[in-house]
Design a protein around this ligand. Sequence first.
Ligand SMILES: Nc1ncnc2c1ncn2[C@@H]1O[C@H](COP(=O)(O)OP(=O)(O)OP(=O)(O)O)[C@@H](O)[C@H]1O
Ligand SMILES: O=P(O)(O)O[C@@H]1[C@H](O)[C@H](O)[C@@H](OP(=O)(O)O)[C@H](OP(=O)(O)O)[C@H]1O
Length: 614
Amino acid sequence: MKGLEYTSRTMSASMDIPDEDESGSSSKAENVESMRKQLKAEGEKRDEFENNHMKEALLASRRSKPKLASAQAVLSSRLEPETIQKEPFVTASENPEDWESNSVLNCSETNNGEKEKDRKNENTKYIADERGLFSGEVSRNNMWRPGQRERWRGKRRERLEGRAENIEEEDNTTEKEMNRGIRLRHRQRHWRSKEAQDEESKKDVTGLGGAVQGNIDGDTEMRGTVPHHILSKVFANSFASSSSSSSSSFNYSSAESDEVFSEGEEMAKRKDVRRCRSWRTFLTMMQWSKRRQSSWVQLAGHQGNLQLGEGGEVLKRFNEVEDTCLQALMSDPLHQFVPHYYGHISRNGENYIRLEDLLSGLKQPVIMDCKMGIRTYQEEEIVKARTKASIRTDMYQKMVKVDPTAPTEEEHAQRGVTKLRYMQWRDSTSSTSTLGFRIEGIMTENGIVRRDFNKIQSKAQVTETLLLFTKGQVHILEAYLSRLDALKETLKESAFFRSHEVIGGSLLFVHDRPTNKANIWMIDFGKTTPVPNNVHLKHDIPWFEGNREDGYLCGLASLISLLHVAIREVRGQDLETHHSQTEQIVSELNQHQPGINETTADFLKETTATNHKD
Ligand SMILES: Nc1ncnc2c1ncn2[C@@H]1O[C@H](COP(=O)(O)OP(=O)(O)OP(=O)(O)O)[C@@H](O)[C@H]1O
Ligand SMILES: O=P(O)(O)O[C@@H]1[C@H](O)[C@H](O)[C@@H](OP(=O)(O)O)[C@H](OP(=O)(O)O)[C@H]1O
């Protein structure tokens, strides 16, 4: 698992924000204060300018309705936005690489309750600070000590171009204070973004819908809001990480930014640079947007049920059962395994659940959807089949396509089957009934989607598919294994899991080589229902009608066990290769040094075996 990073909120909670150094002389404090004023004034102008372009960009993007790639599986965004999502805009690294990788890290934020509370308090403090410190007019020229301005400009340019680490390394207290000023501002913006996001989520949960217009609390900083839900989140993260880490890499570079401005030219050039930066921001934003939209895919499930929202979130057709579950899950230990729930939204008369896009920030996601449980139909389906069974032609056709001999004579004659019959047949011909899960679909690194796993049933076939999915990369298999172990532990503590029959829920496996991330998420709660208080589900015992058992833990245990098998297989193959290589070395040595004794040969074999094991 070395080197592989989880994208879970818990494990990625490393989005560190630098501690403010409270010490310092009063003159330094004055400098910082002046700096803040300076930054505030500059920032407001720049924000206004950039936001105008951002708005144009968003309008243009709406007009052009960005196409979503991959004909097989990617859904096109068919919805016209009615309203604009309100999120605070946070300027950020212009390097889209940073945005993407950090967007995933953003997730970490919701997991650590105490830490988050502290940060929020801190944030409140910063907002108060800013209101106090940044108010009033500032005369720029009297803010600078001789030479300080040039140094600062140089450093600022460097920072924008990708040498943030140098700034940190410079032993110049004044400039460090200045950078702290910037970080303070970025951090403040970051937290405002988060607060506004939280605020919006709350409104959504209470049923007010996702779209809110206007400023929050009349805060003047909110003038700079950009109606891009995810972008602001990503920007915020990007900033938090870029400002927090001295090793942040800004790969962005430009010809203009290499120039050193003279005093006289300074203002005009700065304006130009800002304009260029705005356009660059716009272009990179569009590129980013196009890229991430094209990587989103609906692998399994009802085609057309899901789509990528305007703001980058996933919109799933509203289902009250699922909505209720997601709300409950947000305050359950399982929330770290569930996409973040942002409430619901109405578009063109249709209601949607807004969910975190689990592929966001990934460049070449490889995905697998495993439907969990020893059955995929609810008990009510049995009742329906007994009472008012409707004959499904579509299901008959799906059945015949997989196995023409599957329907009975009667079913052939009526060219239809009941839903229960079809679902039971699906469960029994796949690994659902025996292993407690089945593979629904896989998308490979090159975007090819495969859903032809209907007949994969035996342990050997599943193991082979797991190896195909991970390309036999042990560190990925191990990362998944570890995540499943963590899920198993969390399920034991989950009140939600104890009290719900989970039918048709999936585990979404996602790994991404370029960003070195792997994760497993619980999705699809459309058929997850609470059981009466007197029913205590075990999730790992056989089902019979009435006991509501779903066998979710059977499926999890099978998956864990098969991942072990897959790992052993890869290791075994590696070991075989190592053995044959060692044999070859020994025989070559023997040719050159005929006296090589058996102990040396054994030692060599043993060493390669031990190395391999490590
Ligand atoms: N939050 C998410 N982020 C990214 N992709 C998602 C997300 N939720 C779902 N998907 C994609 O959509 C697919 C289907 O999701 P889901 O199982 O929730 O749909 P469904 O229509 O309810 O499925 P079913 O027909 O099995 O009930 C998943 O396989 C996955 O590829
Ligand atoms: O995967 P398949 O073989 O295509 O079969 C579908 C699958 O079992 C879905 O889970 C089920 O929807 P529900 O989970 O919502 O019942 C759907 O029923 P439906 O056609 O009645 O929607 C089936 O057609």
